[in-house]
Design a protein around this ligand. Sequence first.
Ligand code: FAD
Length: 255
Amino acid sequence: MSHTPDESTPGTQSAADAGPSFRSEVTVELVKHSASDSDVLWAARVSTAGEQSLEELQKDPERSKGLINFLMRDRHGSPFEHNSMTFFISAPIFVFREFMRHRVGWSYNEESGRYRQLESVFYVPGQSRKLVQQGRPGKYEFVEGTPAQHELTTRVMEDSYRQAYAAYQEMLAEGVAREVARAVLPVGLYSSMYATCNARSLMHFLGLRTQHELAKVPSFPQREIEMVGEQMEAHWAKLMPLTYGAFNANGRIAP
Ligand SMILES: Cc1cc2nc3c(=O)[nH]c(=O)nc-3n(C[C@H](O)[C@H](O)[C@H](O)COP(=O)(O)OP(=O)(O)OC[C@H]3O[C@@H](n4cnc5c(N)ncnc54)[C@H](O)[C@@H]3O)c2cc1C
């Protein structure tokens, strides 16, 4: 993780000059973590038993599972905050606009468009992305696009991205500052960020940004942020299986 500005001059040759590339997927890497079910147990049991060893906590797995489930069900949320996960996420800018609305229990650092030339990587929906929205606000459903709609979407997006990136490069080549030239780039451009959260803030995020059959309160997130959420969820489930199980068993409502 570095804040050091890139020293390259605006408009210098880079991989970006090879021409735009197009992607349909998002990536989420778990770069750092200190997160386990024991963290929840420790925090919860200080209420009744004071300081306890890890061995003591792990003596009775059924009791541990029961306690975590009780905390989740009755929404005793703070024991789920004593842990930390840092993800490195690569996704289009429009995903990050939605992501950063999550203010509580999250820290963010995103790549800079002022200190470095932004790379020409752009989002184009894959074949499985449902393209057509039907219904009214609050009651939308998405249905498959036709092959013609997919072809059109890919062609129009790629043309538009090429044009926007060429305009960006033209300004950089003439010495216009990166922070000014970037104004022409669209929200389909890929960016990357570190996002650090704890299990409680992640559960709140997942409750809102994923659709799941076990959710007691349904949500209707945009598919692309849901793709990020699904990958974070898969990492978290491995780190904290009891907490993850209790989250699902209690309707995926953050405590
Ligand atoms: C399907 C969907 C559609 C959306 N559509 C839109 C949209 O059209 N336009 C738009 O602007 N946003 C939209 N949002 C964003 C949404 O309004 C929230 O900003 C976002 O989901 C983050 O939720 P949050 O505020 O609960 O999370 P956080 O900011 O992480 O806050 C967590 C919790 O802390 C408490 N809290 C935080 N800040 C305050 C505060 N200032 N005062 C009181 N309590 C606080 C609340 O209990 C909150 O639930 C959408 C979100 C979803 C999931």
